[in-house]
Design a binder for this molecule. Structure first.
Ligand SMILES: N[C@@H](CCC(=O)N[C@@H](CS)C(=O)NCC(=O)O)C(=O)O
Length: 228
């Protein structure tokens, strides 16, 4: 039985979508990151990075959302592009682009514009512009094809969807409004029954929702090093 370590946030959402699309049986294990569950020894033994998602499949332990997507796609043989060197090159490139560009820049623009204890115009501008630039690249790609890799719905669309659900919040209405292809892709995937089940997963646990002083200390431990 697959155990899926989940929190209702963008990276775990990708995995919830894959598991639901593939119809794989799994047990959802809540990791309430605003209460510090990500630092419990049992969880760190699966993901030493102390972040969600993570997954176990029998003796297999796997962490980092895009690694998990690739693991599940290869395990099931589902949601992979056609088996050619050219398509594998495209798949790996977009998978890493989402992992190293879309995720970090989208997350950091939210951090600097909304959560940073001081508003630093340089950081706010840098992350906002880089997030917009990365989303613009996805928008161009989705302007050429229905899905990220062409005509077929693949794991890359799921990787994008996890963050696309938060793109309006992260980028703001004006920048998000310009991403017509991203919005079309988001709406199409969000309407899928599997996506609706993936979204509903959050309702199976009573999460801490406030980002209060305690949650800030847990989520941003580096702030303890700031000189006051
Ligand atoms: N590269 C990791 C990033 C994971 C990540 O940042 N997860 C966030 C939720 S989207 C998290 O667990 N945050 C809690 C924390 O930073 O303590 C992945 O793609 O899985």
């Amino acid at each position: 039985m697959i155990r899926f370590y989940y929190h209702p946030s963008p990276n775990p959402a990708k995995i919830a979508l894959f598991l639901e699309e593939a119809g794989l049986p799994y047990e959802m294990v809540p990791v309430d990151t605003r209460k510090g569950d990500q630092f419990k020894p049992d969880f760190l033994a699966i993901n030493p990075n102390g972040k969600t998602p993570a997954l176990t499949d029998g003796d297999v332990k796997i962490f980092d959302s895009n690694a998990i997507l690739l693991y599940l796609a290869e395990k099931t043989g589902q949601f992979l592009p056609p088996d050619t060197a050219e398509m594998r090159g495209q798949m790996l490139s977009w998978l890493m682009f989402v992992a190293t560009g879309i995720g970090p820049y989208t997350g950091q623009t939210v951090h600097f514009s909304r959560f940073a204890p001081e508003k630093v115009p340089y950081a706010i501008n840098r992350y906002a512009r880089e997030a917009e630039r990365h989303w613009g690249i996805l928008d161009d790609q989705l302007g050429k094809h229905r899905y990220m890799l062409g005509d077929d719905y693949t794991l890359i669309d799921m990787a994008v969807w996890g963050w696309a659900t938060r793109a309006q919040f992260a980028l703001g209405d004006e920048a998000f409004g310009k991403l017509s292809n991203v919005r079309r892709h988001l709406d199409e995937i969000s309407a899928r029954p599997a996506a609706q089940r993936a979204v509903a997963l959050k309702d199976k646990f009573a999460w801490k929702t406030e980002v209060d002083e305690e949650a800030r200390k847990i989520l941003f431990p580096q702030n303890a090093f700031l000189k006051s």
